[in-house]
Design a protein. Structure first.
Length: 300
């Protein structure tokens, strides 16, 4: 199904917005080492869908955030964390991938040490920009966002999920174990992105945040299932990364455990649940709904 004109307009507008903000942050906060700055710029501003920043903006719209400028720094922060995670995931000690987003991974374009430092610097910059944001977010709002992002990034989030993923290579996981692993590795930052967008409204209710969180848990799982499906059905040129790498590395995946048809069915079930969680938010959650559609229908 083609992307709707409304979603295409949203994606184009807010990708440009966050890209501009990311470039400005890197320009205004350069490293004293030019090579490190170049590696950070290479990894952060290269081609990418910007799904996580888009979720920040969409969740802000769904919860009536009146000042879009207050969404810019949180959107940049989650993309910086995502870029850091990709740099480190691609390292020889991790997934050992040479291709990311259709071009050389950071450690191939530069070197392994520079890639590690670039990832470290982007991770810490995410928290620096949130703590110093001057768009009008209160200290309480920023503290809650920092807590969400830290939890999503650390041992109880992406980092913990990656550790489980590495340990699971060559092993058989149950469906429940696989879901728990990806709830950390992939889902945690997606959940944080949606919740942080909602937190940009100081008057957001617990009920609204719960709805957003439930939606995000479903699309996080849906996102990973679709990734596993595409690892089997797509090709390297379309994906922008090596096709079949999970299978070659002996990683447990939804398509391997369930088979392609059952994996597609599970993704559709999670998509439907995500949409159902948004019902009380009405039309203002339309973009979140369409992002859920996009996640399950994407080909890369």
């Amino acid at each position: 199904m083609p992307v709707s004109s409304q979603l295409q307009s949203f994606i184009s507008s807010y990708q440009q917005r966050v890209n501009h903000a990311l470039e400005k942050y890197l320009h205004d906060m350069p490293s004293p080492d030019p090579r490190l700055s170049e590696a950070m710029l290479y990894s952060l501003t290269g081609p990418g869908k910007r799904i996580r920043p888009l979720l920040v903006y969409a969740a802000g719209l769904a919860t009536d955030v009146g000042n879009e400028q207050q969404l810019d720094t949180p959107a940049c922060a989650v993309e910086m964390i995502h870029a850091f995670s990709l740099i480190h995931d691609d390292l020889p000690a991790m997934d050992n991938d040479d291709l990311r987003r259709g071009r050389a991974t950071c450690h191939k374009a530069f070197d392994e040490a520079t890639a590690i430092l670039a990832g470290d610097a982007l991770q810490t910059m995410a928290f620096e920009i949130l703590s110093n944001d001057a768009s009008g977010l209160s200290g309480d709002q920023r503290l809650k966002m920092i807590a969400q992002l830290a939890s999503a990034t650390g041992a109880r989030g992406m980092t913990g999920g990656q550790a489980i993923d590495l340990a699971a290579v060559g092993s058989q996981l149950t469906l429940e174990q696989l879901e728990a692993m990806h709830g950390l590795k992939t889902g945690a930052l997606i959940r944080a992105s949606v919740i942080i967008g909602g937190l940009c409204n100081p008057d957001v209710t617990k009920s609204e945040l719960d709805m957003l969180d439930n939606y995000a848990q479903c699309i996080g799982l849906c996102f990973q299932i679709q990734d596993d499906i595409l690892d089997v059905t797509s090709d390297t040129a379309t994906l922008g990364k090596p096709q079949g790498s999970d299978q070659k590395q002996g990683k447990p995946t939804y398509s391997a455990i369930l088979g392609l048809d059952a994996a597609k069915q599970l993704a559709q079930e999670q998509h439907n649940k995500a949409i159902a969680h948004l019902v009380p938010l009405g039309e203002k959650a339309n973009i979140l709904r369409q992002i859920a559609d996009y996640i399950i229908e994407r080909d890369c």
